[in-house]
Design a protein around this ligand. Structure first.
Ligand SMILES: Nc1nc2c(ncn2[C@@H]2O[C@H](COP(=O)(O)OP(=O)(O)OP(=O)(O)O)[C@@H](O)[C@H]2O)c(=O)[nH]1
Ligand SMILES: [Mg+2]
Length: 323
């Protein structure tokens, strides 16, 4: 594959070229990795930046419906929108974004939208890298907003928040008990909490839930990356398309404040360092996975269990043998 022409076509914003490039970065084949790396290097100079919005929420909370309505609102304003997913459980069914492509029917027909199913990878580290590279490709292709969706399963929120400029947490209307169901760590990542389904019979409950979360957010430690009034809780209805514009206004004013105060740049720099660190760790662990390393480990294991070598000494020997 000619990466030169592929990069031109991506810079031209051609969706098919973008899809092909994402397939390339998702591949494990060594030649594909090399091409992907070359392509990403070529595109790195484009200087284009999208607003990267992470979105998390439990199954059924309305992520797909929200993305469809919110995405349509953005494309309606002339913005180009890409949707990616971080989905560590490849076995996930039903709710997968692949099935969503048909569910996000209106958005997938928009010429200014690009929807990409999540890569079927069971390893979160692998998913993170591929998503990171897919985001870079979407930015080079001139997308204004990249939405990165994850269903809340433990670590995936951290991955998404480390990949995004803004982190949205989508919640359902519920009684006060439910508040405790959201882990504190996840609350602390959120820039905007959206209580979805604020319509019909659920409207009053949603308003109450929103007030509960607004209260809970005020109790959290103030973060240096926030202006007054953030993080914020708001109600929306993805189905009735209520509150979406207000939510977008808040996201934009938060983003503008962060840009004006150097926080946007600092955050992206910190993320780059985080991913560098992760890549190093990942690569080091991969070195333990070679046949030679495994054989050496087995030999040292025997020594350790026989009491001929202490564990620290054995580790030192093993690491010394890894080059
Ligand atoms: N009343 C109401 N129902 C909604 C709203 N948004 C989503 N729903 C409904 O909630 C159900 C789940 O919506 P999805 O958008 O598929 O939820 P999801 O978070 O993508 O779910 P998973 O992909 O399985 O994680 C569907 O029946 C939607 O119609 C809303 O704003 N109001
Ligand atoms: Mg969904």
């Amino acid at each position: 594959m000619q990466t030169d022409s592929l990069s031109d076509r991506i810079l031209n914003g051609e969706r098919r070229a973008l899809a092909r490039a994402i397939t390339l970065v998702e591949s494990n084949r060594a030649d594909h990795r090399a091409q992907a790396s070359e392509l990403l290097t070529q595109l790195a100079g484009s200087g284009r930046q999208a607003l990267r919005i992470g979105l998390s929420g439990t199954p059924g909370v309305g992520k797909s419906t929200f993305i469809e309505s919110f995405g349509m609102m953005l494309t309606g304003q002339g913005l180009r929108v890409a949707v990616l997913a971080v989905d560590p459980s490849s076995a996930r069914s039903g709710g997968s974004i692949l099935g969503d492509k048909t569910r996000m029917e209106r958005l997938s027909r928009e010429k200014n939208a690009f929807i990409r199913p999540s890569p079927s990878q069971s390893h979160l580290g692998g998913v993170a890298r591929r998503t990171r590279e897919a985001i870079a490709l979407c930015e080079a292709a001139g997308y204004d907003v990249v939405l990165i969706e994850t269903v809340g399963v433990g670590q995936s929120e951290t991955v998404v928040s480390e990949l995004s400029d803004l982190f949205l947490l989508l919640l359902a209307p519920a009684g006060g008990d439910e508040l405790q169901g959201v882990k504190r760590g996840i609350m602390e990542m959120a820039d905007v909490i959206l209580i979805n389904k604020a319509d019909g019979d659920l409207k009053a409950t949603a308003t109450r839930t929103c007030a509960d979360y607004a209260g809970a957010l005020r109790l959290l430690r103030k973060r240096p990356q926030d202006p007054e009034g953030f993080p914020k809780a708001m109600t929306v209805s993805a189905v009735e398309e209520h509150g979406l514009e207000q939510a977008w206004d808040e996201m934009q004013s938060l983003t503008q404040w962060r840009r004006d105060n150097g926080i946007w740049e600092a955050n992206r720099a910190a993320q780059a360092r985080y991913w560098f660190d992760q890549e190093v760790r990942h690569a080091l662990l991969a070195r333990l996975d070679t046949p030679q390393a495994k054989a050496e480990m087995e030999r040292l294991n025997a020594e350790v269990s026989a009491g001929h070598l202490n564990p620290a000494k054995a580790a030192e020997e093993l690491l010394g043998a890894l080059t």
